[in-house]
Design a protein around this ligand. Structure first.
Ligand code: ATP
Ligand code: MG
Length: 265
């Protein structure tokens, strides 16, 4: 016990007050917003060590997720130094690697064949191109250059998946935009979203039929509980997009507006 307390003190050494508060935070979720190089990885790795040293959690009860392989490797290395033994049970991975594992373990329940394949970005482009005329595209499949928007369309699907927005939700949001459109520009904008939403649904259907998923599905399909979106993580304004470009991040703002009791469809 005394040894555990001394260990815990050592873990807090050199931290500033907000960092120490984050490391020792007791129960419930904690959102930390901090810039580059401000000690985020330090806080997360020391928190892992602190939870173990104070016996607040077993290593096997700790899961740490990050975006890149590089960041996951760095976290693993630092936890390894802080917790010399027993760290092996702490799960440290990227969101996608962890999602991929959950999907593999639950493939049948998710309606996938156990031998499903994850397409690379290049394979996704080929897939979209091969099935181009099976998608309800108009604006984004110009007659003179039908493949012009493939990258942008996939980029939009990928953003939707990162935000955990499925085809049904996107369709509802697009219909809401159309219902609220009061001029031609807004109507066109909404119709472009509708076109993408229907294409997104068709894309998911075709992919599933062929036993394929993409990188983004590792997040969307993974059977994880969804934390509520924090308002601070959402942009406040809906950017206007120039005609012809696939509309981008406004979706989050649309959802935020609905969450805040704004008009919903
Ligand atoms: N309280 C502190 N006192 C002194 N040095 C600190 C403190 N907190 C962090 N550092 C140092 O600052 C550097 C950056 O820390 P760290 O890598 O944890 O930040 P980060 O926010 O994860 O950075 P990145 O944005 O690059 O991922 C490291 O060298 C770390 O040792
Ligand atoms: Mg870091």
């Amino acid at each position: 016990m005394a040894e555990g307390a001394r260990g815990a003190e050592r873990i807090l050494e050199g931290l500033n007050a907000p960092q120490a508060a984050a490391v020792t935070h007791e129960t419930g979720p904690l959102l930390i917003i901090a810039g580059a190089g401000t000690g985020k990885t330090t806080v997360i790795t020391r928190r892992i060590a602190y939870l173990i040293a104070t016996r607040a959690a077993r290593p096997s009860e700790i899961l740490a997720l990050t975006f890149t392989d590089k960041a996951a490797a760095e976290m693993e290395e630092r936890v390894d130094t802080l917790v010399p033994y027993g760290y092996a049970d702490v799960q440290i991975a990227t969101f996608h690697a962890f999602g991929d594992r959950l999907i593999k373990e639950n493939a049948l329940e998710l309606g996938l064949t156990p031998d499903f394949r994850v397409l690379t970005r290049a394979e996704q482009i080929i897939f979209l191109r091969d099935h181009l005329f099976e998608f309800p595209l108009k604006h984004y499949r110009p007659l003179g250059d039908p493949t012009r928007h493939l990258q942008a369309i996939l980029g939009q699907f990928s953003r939707l998946k990162d935000e955990d927005v499925g085809p049904d939700e996107y369709l509802t949001l697009a219909e809401g935009l159309l219902a609220r459109a009061t001029d031609d520009e807004a109507r066109l904008h909404a119709e472009q979203h509708l076109e993408l939403a229907r294409t997104y649904a068709q894309y998911q259907t075709l992919m599933a039929r062929l036993g394929q998923i993409d990188f983004g599905d590792q997040i969307v399909e993974a059977p994880l509980p969804h934390p509520p979106a924090h308002p601070a993580a959402l942009p406040g304004a809906v950017p206007v997009h120039p005609g012809g470009r696939v509309p981008g991040h406004e979706l989050r703002a649309v959802r935020a507006g609905q969450a805040a009791g704004g008009p919903s469809s």
